[in-house]
Design a protein around this ligand. Structure first.
Ligand code: 9MR
Length: 385
C-alpha cells in the first residue's frame, strides 16, 4: 500500500524508528533513582538551590549546623556582614565573624549569599552605624563606595551573590529617606552596584527587599521601575531578592507573575528570606499553634516553592533561619512564631515536607505527631540529625 507523501526511504526510516523504540522498550529497565530526600538535593535536580541562614550563635550549635549542612546548599550570614559588624568605625574593618560563616559553609560545599552592603532602615536596629548617619552629606558617597569596595574585595571569589542594596523603599514605594538617598538621590544605588562590580567581576549583584513579592503593588512597582531604570542605564545588576516574610494564609497576590515580570527585565530572581509566621502562645516553645495553621503554612510553602520552580530565572529559595529556634519573628512580633520549616527542636514540620515534595523530593524525616505538643527535648531525642 502506498502512503501519500511517503517515499520508500522515509518508510524504512520510520520502520527503523519503530524497531528502535521496540528494542528500547524490551531492554531491561534502569533502576528508578530514589527521589531526593533533602531540600538541597531536590532543589539541585531542578537546577536551583535551597538555602538558609547562619549566625555566630548557630555556628556553635551542632544540631543547627548539621541540619543546615544536610538540608541547605546556600547560606546567608544573618548579621555578620552588616555594616555595624564589618565597619563599626570609619576605616576599621572586621571580618572574623563573616569569615567564620563563609569558611564553614564552603567547607560543607555550600555557596554563600553576602548580606548586605548598603542598608538603612528607620528601625533603631537597622545596623547602620551612627558615624555613617552623621557624615556630612558630601562625604557619604566616598564612605559608601569605600565600604562596598572593601567588603566585596575581601570576599572576592568566595561568594555566589551580594545583596548590594537592601530595602531601599518605604511601603508606599517612595525611597527611604536614608543618608545615602539624601546625599545622592536614587543614584546611590547605581554607584553602589558599580563599586561592587569593580571589586568582583563575577559575584552576582542583587537588590533585596520585602513587600515586593506581590504583583502590581506600590512597592513592587517601585522596585520594578528601579530595576528597569538601572538596566536601561547599563548599571550592573544580576538579580532581585524577594525576602518573603509572610503570615500564614496571607500570601501576596501574584507571586509567580511578579517574579516573571522582573525576570523579563533581564535579572535573576530569588526568594531570599522566606518565613511564614502564625500566632503562638509561648515564645520559647513557639507553641501551642493551631494545627490548621501548620497545614496552611505547608500549603503556602508549596506555593512559594512552586512559583520559583515555574519561573526559569528563579535561582533558589532561602528561608530566614535554620529553624524556629533561631528565627527573628518571636523577637520582633510578640505572639507570633513557628515561622520556619523546622520547629524549636529542629524537627521538620509539615511545611518542610511540602517544600520537599514541591521540589520533586520525597521521604525525609517524617512529620511529628502534631496532635500533641512535644517538648523541645522530646523532639531533639527523636530527630537529632
Ligand atoms: O534576623 C536579623 C535580626 O537578627 C537583626 O536584629 C535584624 C536587624 O535589623 O535583621 C534581621 O534580618 C533582616 C535582614 O537582614 C533583612 N531583611 C529583614 C530581616 C528580618 O528583620
Amino acid at each position: 500500500m502506498r502512503i501519500p507523501g511517503m517515499t520508500a526511504a522515509t518508510i524504512a526510516a520510520a520502520c527503523g524508528l519503530v524497531l528502535a523504540l521496540f528494542s528500547g522498550a524490551a531492554a531491561p529497565a534502569a533502576p528508578a533513582a530514589a527521589a531526593p530526600s533533602t531540600l538541597k538535593e531536590a532543589a539541585q535536580t531542578t537546577g536551583r538551590y535551597f538555602g538558609g541562614i547562619m549566625s555566630t550563635n548557630s555556628l556553635a550549635n551542632g544540631t543547627a549546623t548539621s541540619l543546615a549542612a544536610r538540608e541547605f546548599d546556600m547560606i546567608t550570614p544573618e548579621n555578620e556582614m552588616k555594616w555595624d559588624t564589618t565597619e563599626p568605625n570609619q576605616g576599621d574593618f572586621h571580618y572574623d565573624r563573616g569569615d567564620a560563616i563563609v569558611d564553614w559553609a564552603r567547607s560543607q560545599g555550600m555557596r554563600v549569599r553576602g548580606h548586605t552592603l548598603v542598608w538603612y532602615s528607620p528601625d533603631a536596629d537597622s545596623q547602620l552605624p551612627a558615624w555613617v548617619k552623621q557624615l556630612p552629606l558630601d562625604q557619604v558617597r566616598a564612605a559608601m563606595e569605600n565600604h562596598v569596595t572593601e567588603l566585596v574585595s575581601h570576599y572576592k571569589g568566595k561568594l555566589y551573590a551580594w545583596d548590594v542594596v537592601n530595602e531601599p523603599f518605604n511601603d508606599d514605594g517612595t525611597y527611604r529617606n536614608s543618608v545615602f538617598h539624601q546625599a545622592m538621590g536614587r543614584d546611590y544605588i547605581a554607584h553602589a552596584l558599580r563599586a561592587a562590580r569593580a571589586a568582583d567581576p563575577d559575584v552576582k549583584l542583587y537588590l533585596n527587599d520585602y513587600g515586593i513579592e506581590g504583583d502590581n503593588t506600590a512597592k513592587s512597582n517601585a522596585m520594578y521601575d528601579l530595576v528597569k531604570w538601572l538596566k536601561d542605564e547599563g548599571v550592573p545588576l544580576d538579580g532581585v531578592g524577594f525576602e518573603s516574610h509572610f503570615q500564614v494564609g496571607q500570601l501576596p497576590h501574584g507571586i509567580q507573575s511578579n517574579m516573571k515580570r522582573f525576570a523579563d527585565l533581564g535579572v535573576d530572581v530569588a526568594v531570599t528570606e522566606y518565613d511564614n509566621r502564625m500566632p503562638v502562645t509561648d515564645p520559647q516553645t513557639q507553641r501551642p499553634v493551631n494545627p490548621g495553621d501548620l497545614n496552611q503554612q505547608a500549603t503556602d510553602t508549596a506555593s512559594v516553592v512552586s512559583a520559583c520552580l515555574n519561573t526559569a530565572r528563579c535561582v533558589g529559595v532561602s528561608q530566614w533561619a535554620v529553624g524556629d529556634a533561631d528565627n527573628w519573628v518571636p523577637h520582633s512580633f510578640p505572639g507570633q512564631g513557628s515561622a520556619t520549616l523546622f520547629d524549636v527542636g529542629y524537627a521538620p514540620k509539615p511545611a518542610y515536607h511540602a517544600a520537599l515534595n514541591a521540589l520533586g523530593g520525597g521521604g525525609g524525616t517524617q512529620p511529628q505527631p502534631w496532635g500533641r505538643w512535644n517538648t523541645a527535648d522530646e523532639i531533639r531525642g527523636v530527630n537529632s540529625p
